[in-house]
Ligand binder design. Structure first.
Ligand SMILES: *Cc1c(COP(=O)(O)O)cnc(C)c1O
Length: 421
């Protein structure tokens, strides 16, 4: 499919051989010259999203008014089933689109802790997990009288299954980790770690924010109990689009989430006196679902679904392989260090490079029309979205970074890090 890739590859030949090249046209590209390498923070807008949301706002909402709820009410599970099938390796009825990743993590971790036997009061995570995950787990530990045990992880190589094995035992209720590390892009061994947690009698809870839509996720095959993730990164559903949650089928009736909202209620519109949650995935809903957001999730998913996660992963590996080859040749001699695993089987869709002046360099990159992310400490993160990034863009980005560093153009930027990075 893709010709052999090294630093001498011709980017135009790689783009010409790319079977997914045509998908770029499905996105709104106001500035086609802009090299946008931040789709793992906020995906570019698929044209179909604006159209689908406009049809809701100017169409169904206006014409049907409150009667629209007859069909809208099922959208959280319809969109959930679509995500389950195309990117999560889950079964119908196991995924719900709702709330934010943070809120879903809270609901599922608290539900799992409550369902664990009383002698299991330990939540396990790692020190490189995404901040919201660590804070939410710490909050749950404090609110429900549990203990948060934090495994040490190398921030470049990612979570070590042996370290997880050493941290779990007869006292463990939940093991919560990220599938792809937000900083380095390291890909965790979901199957092995889930087996370790299961053998110890603990529930597994995976955060899929950086893997959904980029790396094949096989929740059923890996025997995962619970998972959460967002839709605005590789899934391109837009800023603040609703997140998803997954609960393995046979656990659904056993788990009770901490927020007893009316959308989880049996016979909701009977407005009954007490909370009796439905038996299925909808018991993890809380309140009125965000219909415009779910409409965006469904429209945004269509190109991903059509391309297929296998083909997307193949291109993603080709993109990161090419980027690393060029970084090795052009940027390592200029003082960069690669902070992402070299083995493609051990990384997700982004590449992180470290440099003492990373913050200033990332600002100079933006001015030069190359959009990266800065991540503490001293890292420039380059995200490659296989639906719209190409090989020519990578060559331009690496040359652009080399120019900025070789010319010293970054020194004029403030070295005080801003609030949003
Ligand atoms: C982006 C991201 C989040 C974001 O959570 P929100 O509730 O949407 O703010 C959570 N976890 C990981 C691993 C992320 O990368």
């Amino acid at each position: 499919m893709y010709p052999r890739i090294d630093a001498d590859s011709d980017p135009a030949a790689l783009d010409a051989a790319d079977p997914l090249a045509g998908y770029r046209d499905l996105f709104a590209l106001d500035d086609a010259e802009l090299v946008y390498l931040d789709g793992n923070s906020l995906g570019r807008p698929p044209r179909a999203v604006a159209k689908a949301v406009a049809e809701l706002l100017d169409g169904t909402w206006r014409t049907e008014l409150v009667a629209g709820w007859d069909s809208w009410v099922d959208l959280p599970t319809i969109a959930g089933d679509e995500l389950a099938r195309s990117v999560l390796g889950a079964s119908p009825g196991e995924v719900l689109v709702a709330d934010s990743t943070s809120a879903n993590l809270y609901k599922l971790a608290a539900a799992a802790l409550a369902a664990a036997t009383p002698d299991r009061r330990v939540l396990v995570t790692d020190d490189d997990n995404f901040p919201t995950d660590r804070y939410i787990l710490a909050g749950i530990a404090e609110q429900f009288g549990a203990t948060l045990r934090i495994v040490r992880t190398d921030i470049d190589t990612g979570v070590d299954p042996e370290a997880v094995a050493a941290a779990v035992g007869a006292d463990t209720a939940v093991v919560c980790l990220s599938h792809v590390a937000y900083r380095s892009g390291a890909l965790a061994d979901m199957e092995r770690i889930s087996a370790i947690a299961r053998d110890a009698g603990a529930f597994t809870l995976w955060d899929l924010c950086h893997s959904a839509g980029s790396v094949p996720v096989e929740l059923n095959r890996c025997g995962v109990d619970l998972a959460v993730g967002c839709t605005y990164k590789y899934l391109n559903a837009g800023p603040g689009a609703p997140a998803f949650l997954y609960v393995r089928k046979d656990l659904q009736s056993r788990l009770r989430q901490p927020m007893w909202g009316w959308f989880g209620q049996t016979d909701q519109f009977a407005m009954g006196p007490e909370y009796r949650p439905v038996e299925d995935i909808r018991r993890f809903s809380v309140g009125t679902p965000p219909i415009s957001g779910i409409t965006a999730v469904r429209a945004a998913l269509e190109p991903t679904s059509r391309a297929g996660i296998g083909a997307l992963r193949e291109k993603s590996v080709a993109l990161t392989t090419y980027a690393l080859a060029l970084i090795e040749r052009r940027l390592v001699p200029l003082g960069f260090r690669v902070a992402t695993p070299r083995d493609p089987n051990l990384r997700g869709g982004h590449v992180t490079i470290e440099h003492a002046k990373a913050w200033q360099i990332s600002q100079a990159m933006r001015r030069a029309g190359i959009v990266p992310d800065y991540r503490a400490p001293n890292r420039v993160r380059l995200g490659f979205a296989p639906l719209y990034n190409g090989f020519g863009e990578i060559a331009r980005a690496v040359e652009g970074i080399a120019d900025i560093v070789a010319s010293g153009a970054y020194v004029e930027f403030d070295d005080a890090v801003s609030r949003v990075t």
